[in-house]
Design a protein around this ligand. Structure first.
Ligand code: ADP
Ligand code: MG
Length: 390
């Protein structure tokens, strides 16, 4: 799709994005810095991306007129939000290059389809069972308990999942989740969590960022550490290879993030599964890749623009050790503003706020990345920033 590149009759082309959250906002920033016009489709009148885009179509994702307007304005469309209905992407793809494709998004939207795809790709996943009716509950293998029951659809930030230690708890958890289709995963002994972000072009060329190490708090990503030595070296290549395999199998175009569990060394689960299993994937840039804005010569959003526009993909270079801290709404307690003046007085701090008008507990309001020459320095400054933020 060379026609989606630099110009449209001599004018910069317009790139469209489905979804107006912070990921869309950072895509818009990257696209605009390369001279593109942007159009965002999101029903929220004050969406973070809508606030900074040249155009904002305030319609529902399946609204026929909204989709028609998007197509009319843009040369190509991407998505920033995995719950954009796959049907909307399929409609767009009929007339415009659309990346990622509807099928990849549909697979990532549904844990049952996702697990099946991962199995087809030959990458290990946590042992699991599909729970779609009461009979499925009865046939669950004992080895899956204790486990985590997760809704097949619409879970994020640890929502839509319950930990269960026996069959009675499993039955009541399924009741609590209102009998929607679920997967039950065996609870694995985790040593670490990490993720890999790749960008794959229309021609199948693929570039990647090295795995970042992720620390979660209450199911929400809290900290990402991105520097050499953050993970056992043997796992690094394995995780990158698995991610590329998954992207190839999906014939994926765009930015894809795959999350992994690193299993506790010496555990029977680790021996059985080879030390590393895929947790889930996100068909878009990912929170754990925000450090690439400040610590790499191309960010995950730059690569999203390049893949969408059919521009060359060049392996990004990670030039600074980085630690990213998520800034949740909890920091804005009682209308107070976090102490930015003291935090920004620390060396190597990059503050990113998403322009969300209302802070709520657990809501992702922004992030900050600390860059430094060494991992020790980045960690020390990040620790100090976290202490100042309370
Ligand atoms: P979400 O879609 O909300 O991110 P995940 O499936 O990634 O949900 O689960 C959230 C977190 O719960 C994971 O990052 C991990 O810390 C923990 N977790 C999920 N599944 C397992 C598992 N099978 N074994 C151990 N911990 C798990
Ligand atoms: Mg997750």
């Amino acid at each position: 799709p060379g026609s989606t590149g630099w110009s449209d009759n001599g004018q910069p082309a317009t790139l469209g994005v489905m979804g107006g959250g912070q990921l869309g906002r950072m895509f818009v920033h990257a696209a605009q810095s390369m001279g593109y016009f942007t159009v965002v489709l999101d029903p929220d009148t004050s969406s973070p991306a809508g606030l900074v885009s040249h155009q904002h179509i305030q319609r529902d994702y399946l609204d026929t007129q909204g989709l028609a307007k998007l197509v009319q304005h843009c040369a190509a469309v991407t998505t920033e939000f995995e719950n954009v209905p796959a049907a909307a992407l399929a409609t767009l793809a009929a007339t415009r290059p659309t990346a990622p494709n509807a099928e990849a998004v549909a697979i990532a939207q549904d844990r049952i389809q996702e697990k099946a795809h991962l199995a087809r790709s030959g990458v290990p996943v946590a042992p699991y069972a599909v729970i779609e009716n009461a009979a499925d509950l009865a046939t669950v293998a004992d080895s899956l308990l204790p486990g985590i029951l997760k809704t097949a659809r619409l879970g994020y930030d640890g929502k839509g999942q319950l930990r269960v230690s026996n069959r009675a708890e499993l039955a009541s958890a399924w009741d609590a989740l209102k009998h929607v289709p679920c997967v039950l995963e065996q609870m694995l002994p985790l040593a670490d969590e990490c993720s890999v972000i790749v960008a794959r072009g229309w021609d199948g060329a693929c570039v990647h960022f090295a795995p970042q190490r992720n620390l979660h708090r209450q199911g929400i990503l809290a900290v990402t550490q991105a520097y050499e030595g953050n993970l056992p070296p043997a796992l690094v290549d394995k995780a990158v290879t698995a991610t590329k395999k998954i992207a190839d199998e999906l014939n994926y175009v765009g930015v894809l993030c795959v999350e992994f569990f690193v299993l506790a060394e010496g555990s029977p689960e680790s021996a059985a599964l080879g030390g590393l299993v895929v947790n889930e994937m996100a068909p878009r840039p990912h929170n754990s890749g925000h450090y690439t804005l400040d610590a790499c010569d191309q960010s995950q959003f730059d690569l999203q623009v390049r893949t969408l526009a059919g521009l060359p993909l060049v392996q990004p270079r990670h030039h600074s050790a980085a630690v990213m801290l998520n800034l949740l709404g909890d920091l804005w307690v009682n209308g107070c503003i976090p102490p930015w003046d003291t935090v920004l007085a620390l060396p190597g701090v990059h503050l990113h706020l998403y322009g969300k008008l209302q802070a709520k507990p657990g809501r992702k309001m922004g992030h900050l990345t600390v860059t430094a020459a060494t991992a020790a320095e980045a960690n020390a400054v990040a620790l100090e920033a976290a202490r100042l933020l309370g």
